[in-house]
Design a protein around this ligand. Structure first.
Ligand SMILES: [Zn+2]
Length: 228
């Protein structure tokens, strides 16, 4: 049941690129973690047992939204149902799950990662820690889906982290940002109780970001005659 339109060759290559990048950044270690991207009714997702930092496109499997394999020779990740759950519930475009060191460390201790830095607002603010359940189970998927409500990221207790976004690049960026923020929290907490941005401060950041179109580059505006 494989036809060329189901192959998602570009997306499989992009998933492999994303894994190698996240591996290079130390977020994907060995075979732990999984990455997927959705195109319509199809999902390109990493195969179970593949070494992610050296992933090749043929180690990315294509499934439909019910999890049926439509292209690729390898069995998809054991967290397939978790990825599909995120697509079904939040209609997103890409999912990154890692056992990144800082995120995993905090997931063993915290009930949530508080909004200690304004950049966390691009993930929705405070990042919840989904209660622990065995990997690959519907209980874990439900726990994480609940924690993701209104957020692009969740920590998974004693397990790792998950981020999602409309595009694969953005989901990767979110994973890197979350790991960075977890590192900041860990260092800050070693010095004393970290201050947390209150609701007012968070709202002010969102207003400023909207007003300035923060996070994108802007060309220098030529100085107009008569305005200097
Ligand atoms: Zn995992």
């Amino acid at each position: 049941m494989t036809d060329s339109s189901s192959e998602l060759s570009e997306e499989r290559a992009a998933v492999a690129d994303a894994c190698r990048r996240l591996g290079g950044e130390g977020l994907l270690i060995g075979t732990a973690g999984n990455v997927s991207v959705r195109v319509g009714e199809r999902v390109a997702i990493t195969a179970t047992g593949a070494v992610l930092a050296a992933l090749t496109p043929d180690q990315v499997t294509v499934v439909d939204l019910d999890g049926k394999v439509v292209a690729g020779a390898l069995r998809p990740t054991s967290e397939l149902d978790l990825h599909l759950g995120v697509y079904h519930r939040y209609g997103t475009g890409a999912v990154v799950h890692t056992h990144a060191p800082m995120a995993t460390a905090l997931s063993c201790v915290l009930d949530e990662l508080p909004c200690i830095h304004y950049q966390l607002l691009s993930l929705g603010g405070t990042v919840r820690v989904a209660p622990y359940a065995t990997f690959g189970t519907p209980e874990l998927a439900e726990s994480v889906l609940t924690a993701l409500y209104g957020r692009s990221a969740a920590l998974m207790a004693n397990h790792g982290a998950l981020t999602h976004a409309p595009t694969l690049d953005k989901a990767v960026e979110h994973a890197l940002l979350l790991e960075w923020a977890c590192g900041v929290y860990q260092r800050a907490a070693a010095l004393g109780p970290p201050r947390v941005l209150d609701e007012q401060q968070q709202l002010a950041v969102i207003e400023a970001a909207v007003a300035r179109d923060y996070g994108t580059t802007h060309p220098v505006t030529p100085v107009q005659e008569g305005t200097r």
